[in-house]
Design a protein around this ligand. Structure first.
Ligand SMILES: [Zn+2]
Ligand SMILES: [Zn+2]
Length: 243
C-alpha cells in the first residue's frame, strides 16, 4: 500500500510538477508527504490554549474558554473557533500555494496535520462542515473554492464523523479583503451571505464554518449571522491559518 502510494505520488509529480510550499524544492521527497516533513516541522502549529472564539494561542489556564482582547471587544456570533497554524512566513506560503496556485495536492497532507493536533480533530467530530462560499463570478474566475477543498480534506480524514454541506451562498460579489482594515472588512462583507432554502441542515446540528484563514473574523462572523438569524445555535468555525 505504502509503495503503491509512493508510486502514485511519483507519477503525479511527473505529470504535475509542484513545489514544497515552504522550501520550494520538489514535493514528495520522502515519497509520501507533499510538503517535506522537515518543512512541516517549521510551521507555527497551534497546540496550546487558544481564544475560544478565534483560536489564537493564549497563555494561562483554560477553565471556561479564554477570550483574546480582539474578541472581547467585539464578540463574534459563533460559539467556538479553532485554527491549525499561525500565518507566519511559512504558513502564508501554504495558503498561497492552495489559494492562488490551485495546488490541491497540498491538502493530501491534512491527515498528518491533524495528527499534530488531536483536539482540533476532536473539535471537528460529529459536525456538519460548511465551507465559506465564493460568489459565482469569483468561483468562475478562480475555478475552485479553496474552503470547499479544505472541508473535503477534513471529511476525507474523518469519514462518517462529519458531513460537508454547501449550505450558504454569497449574495454579493464583495471586494477582496486583503487591503482592508478591521472596520472596512466588516462593512465590505455585511449581509453578503444567505442560507440556501434547501440546505439539508437541522437545528440540532453542530455546524462548523470552514475557511482557509482567520484574519479579523469578519467573513466568518457574517456567515455565522446567516445561520444564527435562521435559528441555528451551535455555529462554530475552523480554519487552517490564523493571522
Ligand atoms: Zn520543503
Ligand atoms: Zn479571539
Amino acid at each position: 500500500m505504502k509503495l503503491y502510494q509512493e508510486y502514485l505520488n511519483y507519477l503525479s509529480d511527473l505529470i504535475f510538477p509542484g513545489i514544497c510550499p515552504v522550501c520550494e524544492k520538489a514535493p514528495y521527497q520522502d515519497g509520501l508527504s507533499y510538503m517535506c516533513l522537515e518543512c512541516e516541522d517549521l510551521l507555527a502549529w497551534i497546540t496550546k490554549n487558544g481564544c475560544k472564539y478565534c483560536g489564537i494561542p493564549m497563555s494561562g489556564f483554560d477553565f471556561n474558554g479564554l477570550v483574546c482582547a480582539g474578541c472581547r471587544e467585539d464578540p463574534p456570533r459563533f460559539k467556538r473557533g479553532r485554527c491549525l497554524f499561525l500565518l507566519d512566513q511559512n504558513g502564508k506560503k501554504i495558503i498561497h500555494e492552495i489559494k492562488y496556485h490551485g495546488v490541491k495536492d497540498v491538502l493530501k497532507d491534512v491527515p498528518r496535520w491533524l495528527n499534530r493536533n488531536d483536539s482540533f480533530r476532536e473539535f471537528l467530530h460529529d459536525s456538519i462542515l460548511i465551507p465559506v462560499p465564493l460568489h459565482r463570478k469569483r468561483l468562475r474566475k478562480r475555478g475552485f473554492n479553496q474552503s470547499l477543498w479544505i472541508a473535503n480534506a477534513f471529511k476525507k480524514d474523518l469519514g462518517d464523523r462529519v458531513q460537508v454541506i454547501e449550505a450558504l451562498t454569497r449574495t454579493r460579489n464583495t471586494e477582496t479583503q486583503t487591503e482592508f482594515d478591521r472596520f472596512e472588512r466588516k462593512k465590505n462583507v455585511k449581509n453578503a451571505f444567505a442560507l440556501k432554502k434547501k440546505n439539508g441542515l437541522n437545528k440540532q446540528n453542530k455546524l462548523i464554518l470552514i475557511d482557509d484563514v482567520y484574519t479579523t473574523g469578519a467573513t466568518l462572523d457574517e456567515c455565522a449571522k446567516a445561520l444564527t438569524q435562521e435559528g441555528f445555535q451551535n455555529v462554530n468555525v475552523a480554519t487552517l491559518g490564523h493571522g
